[in-house]
Structures are given as C-alpha cells and as structure tokens.
Design a protein around this ligand. Structure first.
Ligand code: CTP
Ligand code: CA
Length: 228
C-alpha cells in the first residue's frame, strides 16, 4: 500500500539499466571477471520501478533476485551486454550504466580447454578492448537530442571530483555518479557523488537501497527538466 501511494515521478518512462560484472572467456572453462556484486544496479532497478518506470535490467553474471516488476535480460560478456543494451536503448527514455564492464577481453579465446603441456610453459594471453557501451549509446541520435537521458557510474580511487568531471565529459553524458570510498563492491552501503554541468551533489553514506531511491529522485527531476 505504501508503495502504491508513493509518488511516481517516472511514470510512463522506460528505464534501461546495466548491472553487475561481465565475464570474458579465456577458454570454455575459464575467464576473467571482476568483483562487482550488481547490488547497486539492482537497487537502482527496484527504485526506478517503484517510481513508476517500465524497467529493463541487463545483468551480467550475478546471483541476485530480480526486483519485482522488472524485465531482466541475463548476459555474460561485454559484447553480449553491449548488444542487449544497444537494442533496448532504442526504446528507452533513461539509460543508467551501473555495470562494471570488463575493459578488455582475451583476443582469441581457445575453443578447447587449454592444457598444461608438461614443459612448464605458461600460456600468453593478449587482449583487445571491449566496446564502451555507455559512450556508444550516449553518442546515439536519441541521446544527443535529449530523448534518452544517459547516466554513468564511476569507481574512482583518487581525485574523485576531478576524475568524475573528466569522465563525464569523456563519456558525453549529462550525469555521472561516482562511488565515494574505495571498497564499495559487494557492500550493502555506499555514498555517492553526483556530477553534472551545474556542479556536485553529495548523497551521504546510506544503504544502497536508500541511495538508489535518492538517485532515482535526482534523475527524475533532471529528466523532467526542473533541476534548480
Ligand atoms: N562502461 C561501459 N562500457 C565499457 C566500460 C564502461 O558502459 N566498456 C560504463 C560503466 O558502466 C560506467 C562508466 O562507463 O557507467 C564508467 O566506467 P569506468 O570503468 O569507470 O570508466 P572507463 O571509461 O572504463 O575508464 P577506466 O576504467 O579506465 O577508469
Ligand atoms: Ca573501466
């Protein structure tokens, strides 16, 4: 009942969210990934849904329950996440990129499991860069005209504010959200710094659930065009 009576600032809006890590294969049984838990992205999906949005969540490999009423698309690699996100972005009004996308993938994953050959020789891996999902979508015509509002996330370990502003410009997005504090992966709490053209808003330390609700409220105000 409380959720039913709550304000719905994103009613009628389609929101696309990427979340979690990606997994990049080395061979059929091995790969590289990272420690993203997906918790922040899933909390943002839940908050967006509760704000009345139609939510699509493109999730890397995580073991988290799908928030109620959210459409979930499971993917594994950065390239799969890219394909799903680009397709879904065509219809979205808001894109929030919370995923910790692997920056590189093994250039040529082995078709069969790599075996030790007994000589003590170790395999040499070479990497290629993955597509930048956020930057690519932020360059699309619908994003450029403001029909699609793009939000990036960043985990910075130093010079938070300066790095976040630089990253916002590099990605070409109106809003970039920086995690404050070094070890946020896997935790249930966080603190966020919201960086946009006007400056900086801090969302102080709280649960990811509360932060997600505050972030969605901030995004809804910007999408509605009434940010002072
Ligand atoms: N991102 C993305 N696709 C990638 C890399 C990043 O969509 N291939 C998105 C992330 O989901 C996040 C934002 O871009 O919203 C910033 O990610 P981050 O890793 O902080 O930035 P990078 O541009 O990859 O720079 P670096 O890791 O070198 O700091
Ligand atoms: Ca990166």
């Amino acid at each position: 009942l409380i959720a039913f009576l709550a304000p719905k600032p994103l009613l009628g809006q389609r929101v696309l969210i990427t979340a979690g890590p990606t997994f990049e294969a080395i061979d059929p049984v091995r790969g590289i990934t990272n420690l993203s838990s997906g918790k922040m992205g899933f909390a943002v999906a839940r908050a967006a849904r509760e704000a009345g949005a139609e939510v699509t969540l493109v999730a890397g490999p995580v073991h988290l329950p799908t928030p109620r009423g959210v459409q979930r698309i499971d993917v594994s690699s950065a390239r799969e996440m890219h394909a799903a996100a680009v397709q879904q972005a065509q219809e979205a009004h808001v894109f929030i990129a919370t995923a910790a996308v692997a920056d590189w993938r093994p250039a040529s994953p082995a078709e069969h499991k790599i075996k030790k050959d007994g000589s003590g020789q170790v395999p040499q891996l070479s990497f290629v860069e993955n597509p930048d999902i956020l930057a690519g979508i932020a360059r699309s015509p619908r994003a450029r005209t403001g029909e699609l509002y793009c939000v990036g996330f960043a985990a910075e370990s130093e010079n938070l504010q300066a790095n976040a502003q630089a990253k916002r410009a590099r990605k070409g997005v109106p809003l970039l959200v920086a995690n404050i504090g070094p070890a946020t992966f896997g935790r249930d709490d966080n603190a966020l710094l919201l960086v946009d053209e006007k400056g900086v808003v801090e969302l102080p330390h709280a649960s990811k659930r509360v932060l997600a609700q505050q972030l969605i409220a901030e995004i809804a105000r910007r999408v509605a065009g009434d940010v002072i």
